[in-house]
Design a protein around this ligand. Structure first.
Ligand code: ME8
Length: 545
C-alpha cells in the first residue's frame, strides 16, 4: 500500500450553481481522504473550479459583468458550499489562478515541442447561434438546420491547433489491457474500450471564436480549449510545471493520483484524452479513473428544464432536519458509486436515517452507556477480573474488531465506501445481538455475576469505540460527540488509526456519559424537496427519542 495518496474531484464549472452532484463527488473524496489520513497516509485532496470558456463569457455578458467577476462570485459559492458540508480539501484550484495559467502554457509548449500538436484546418457545418460545429452525418440528420433556432447551418472553416490523439491508439489500448483497473467500475471501462477500438481521431485543442481562456503560447489569437486547460489542473495544482518553485516542491511528490473521481459523463476526457496527454508529457499515469453514476431524484433525471435539481437550499434543508452527518452518511452509503444511478428519494433518506443511524448506531451506544450508567455509576467496568479477559458467549471481540478494521480499510482503499462503512455498522449490529443474547439487564439482578456483567459491558463499549473510529471519516461530528461522552481524546489528523483501533483502548474506571446521538425526526408530509419545506418548519419537526 502506497503511503502517499492523491485524490481529485472534477473542477466544477462556474457557470452553474453548486448542487447535489458537486456535493456528492466532493464528499466521496473527502471521506476517502479523511480515512486515509487517519490511517497514517500522507494525503493530498484537490478540488476547485473550472472558470474559462465560451459559456462563462456569455453568461457574464448577459449579466453585464466581466467573466472574472462571474467566476469570482461563483467560485466563492462553491467554496462556501464545501465549507458548509465540512469538506476538507488541501487545495481549491481555480483555472484563472495565474499559477495555473502559466503552467498550462508551459505544458502546451512542451506538447508542441514533443510533436504532439499541429496547426490544422477544420471544416464542418457551423451553427452560428450555438457557436458549434456539426459533422456531415450530424448535419444531415438535422436537415442542415440548427436544432435550437432552425436557421440554416453554414459551411465554415476554422484553423485550430490539434492534439495528435490518434497517435496514442496503441499505447492506450495497451494501458487498458495491462491495467484493468485503470477505469472503474468495469462497466465504464468496457464502454471506453469499445469506443477506443473504433479508432481515435485527433482533437482540437484551441479555439478562436472567443477570448475567455488561456492564450496559446506564441499564437495569442488562439485560446486553449477549455477541456485541455481544465484537465491540466490535476498537475498544475501540484506544481508539476514548476517543480523547482518553493510553493510546489513539497507537493509534486503526490503525483500520480490514486483516484481521479469523476461523473460518468466526463469519462472520455479523463480515460482517453488525459492519459494520452500525460504520455506525451512523459508523466506517470493515474492509478484509477473512477467514474461514478448519477443521482436522479424521485425516479427522474435531474435537469435544468425540469427544474428539479437538488440544489444547495434543498441540501441545507436536509442538513437542518437530519444533521450534516446524516447527509454525509446517506451520500456515502446510498450514492451512485457503482455503474447504476442512485435515486434520491425523500422516503428512502428518512428510512435509512432511522434504520442505520437512529436505531443502530444511536440506539446501541445509548443502550450501552445507559447500562454502564445504571450498573457501574457511569465508570467503565473491567473485562479481566484476576487479570484474565473473560470471553463471553464465544465472542472473540478483539479478533472480530481487528477483522472489521482490516476489511473497512481495504474497502476504502478500493473506494468502496458502503463496504467500508458496512464493516463498522456490522460490528455495532453484532453488539446489539450480543446484548440480546447475553441479557446483561438480567445478570444485573444477580450480584454473583458482576464480573460477567462488567466484561460484557466493557466489550460492548470497546467495540462501539472501535467502530466509531471507522465511522469518523463519514460522520466526524457525531463520532467526536461520542468520543467526548466516552472521555476519549482523539485527533484523527494525527494518523494513528491502527494504534487506536487495538483492543483495550478504554481504560477501566474512565467515565462514560449517556449519549443520544441521533434524534428521531418526523417526516414532512410533502417530502423535503417541496418548495413549502422551509427551514423554520424543519427545525420544529425535530423531536427527541
Ligand atoms: O464537467 N450525480 O464540471 P461540472 C452525481 N468542468 N454527480 C454529478 C451529477 C449527478 N446528477 N451531476 C454532476 C465539468 N455531478 C467540468 C469538469 S474536470 C477536469 C472538468 C458531478 O460542473 C460529477 O462529478 O459540470 C460530474 O462529473 C461533475 O459534477 C460535473 O461538474
Amino acid at each position: 500500500m502506497s503511503q502517499r495518496t492523491y485524490i481529485t474531484t472534477p473542477i466544477y464549472y462556474v457557470n452553474d450553481k453548486p448542487h447535489i452532484g458537486h456535493a456528492y463527488t466532493t464528499t466521496v473524496c473527502d471521506i476517502y481522504a479523511r480515512f486515509m489520513r487517519f490511517a497514517g497516509r500522507e494525503v493530498f485532496f484537490l478540488t476547485g473550479t473550472d472558470e474559462h470558456g465560451l459559456k462563462v463569457e456569455t453568461s457574464a455578458a448577459d449579466r453585464g459583468i466581466t467573466p472574472q467577476a462571474l467566476a469570482d462570485e461563483n467560485a466563492a459559492e462553491f467554496r462556501s458550499a464545501m465549507s458548509m458540508l465540512q469538506l476538507e480539501f488541501d487545495d481549491f484550484i481555480r483555472t484563472t489562478d495565474l499559477d495555473h495559467v502559466r503552467q498550462v502554457q508551459a505544458f502546451v509548449t512542451r506538447l508542441r515541442e514533443a510533436g504532439a500538436v499541429y496547426l490544422g484546418e477544420f471544416e464542418g457545418w457551423y451553427d452560428e447561434g450555438q457557436e458549434e460545429y456539426h459533422t456531415e452525418t450530424q448535419a444531415r440528420e438535422l436537415d442542415y438546420k440548427s436544432p435550437i433556432n432552425g436557421r440554416p447551418l453554414v459551411r465554415a472553416r476554422e484553423k485550430n491547433y490539434y492534439f495528435r490523439l490518434s497517435s496514442f491508439q496503441e499505447k492506450l489500448e495497451k494501458l487498458f489491457e495491462d491495467h484493468p483497473d485503470f477505469v472503474r467500475p468495469p462497466a465504464r471501462r468496457n464502454e471506453v474500450l469499445g469506443r477506443l477500438r473504433e479508432g481515435l481521431a485527433d482533437v482540437p485543442m484551441s479555439r478562436t471564436n472567443f477570448s475567455w481562456g488561456v492564450a496559446m503560447p506564441g499564437d495569442p489569437e488562439h485560446v486553449i480549449y477549455v477541456w485541455i486547460d481544465a484537465l491540466m489542473n490535476y498537475i498544475t495544482a501540484l506544481g508539476l510545471g514548476e517543480p523547482e518553485s518553493d510553493r510546489y516542491s513539497a507537493r509534486s511528490r503526490y503525483w500520480p493520483p490514486a483516484y481521479h473521481v469523476i461523473g460518468k459523463e466526463i469519462l472520455w476526457f479523463h480515460a482517453v484524452i488525459w492519459p494520452a496527454m500525460l504520455m506525451a508529457l512523459d508523466l506517470p499515469l493515474p492509478q484509477c479513473v473512477y467514474a461514478h453514476s448519477f443521482w436522479i431524484r424521485e425516479g427522474r433525471k435531474m435537469s435544468k428544464t425540469l427544474g428539479n435539481f437538488i440544489d444547495l437550499p434543498t441540501i441545507e434543508r436536509y442538513v437542518g432536519r437530519y444533521g450534516l452527518d446524516a447527509w454525509r452518511y446517506f451520500m456515502a452509503t446510498q450514492g451512485p458509486l457503482g455503474a447504476t444511478d442512485a435515486d434520491f428519494a425523500d422516503v428512502h433518506f428518512h428510512e435509512v436515517y432511522h434504520t442505520d443511524l437512529v436505531n443502530t448506531v444511536g440506539n446501541c451506544s445509548s443502550r450501552v452507556s445507559a447500562m454502564i450508567g445504571r450498573y457501574f455509576d457511569g465508570a467503565v467496568p473491567g473485562e479481566s477480573p484476576g487479570g484474565r479477559r473473560l470471553t463471553i458467549a464465544e465472542h472473540d471481540w478483539p479478533a472480530l474488531c481487528a477483522e472489521a478494521v482490516r476489511h473497512s480499510e481495504a474497502a476504502m482503499d478500493r473506494l468502496d465506501l458502503a463496504g467500508s462503512i458496512g464493516a463498522a455498522l456490522g460490528l455495532i449490529r453484532r453488539v446489539d445481538a450480543f446484548i440480546n443474547l447475553t441479557e446483561p439487564y438480567k445478570l444485573a439482578r444477580d450480584d454473583s455475576r458482576c464480573d460477567e456483567l462488567g466484561a460484557i459491558l466493557y466489550q460492548c463499549a470497546e467495540v462501539i469505540r472501535i467502530a466509531s473510529l471507522l465511522l469518523w471519516p463519514v460522520m466526524p461530528g457525531k463520532c467526536e460527540e461520542l468520543w467526548q461522552a466516552m472521555e476519549i481524546q482523539i485527533d484523527p489528523r494525527a494518523g494513528r488509526l491502527h494504534e487506536l483501533a487495538e483492543w483495550g483502548g478504554l481504560a477501566q474506571g474512565q467515565g462514560i456519559r449517556k449519549t443520544a446521538l441521533f434524534p428521531r425526526v418526523d417526516r414532512s408530509p410533502s417530502g423535503d424537496g417541496s418548495p413549502s419545506g422551509g427551514d423554520a418548519a424543519c427545525a420544529a419537526r425535530l423531536s427527541s427519542d
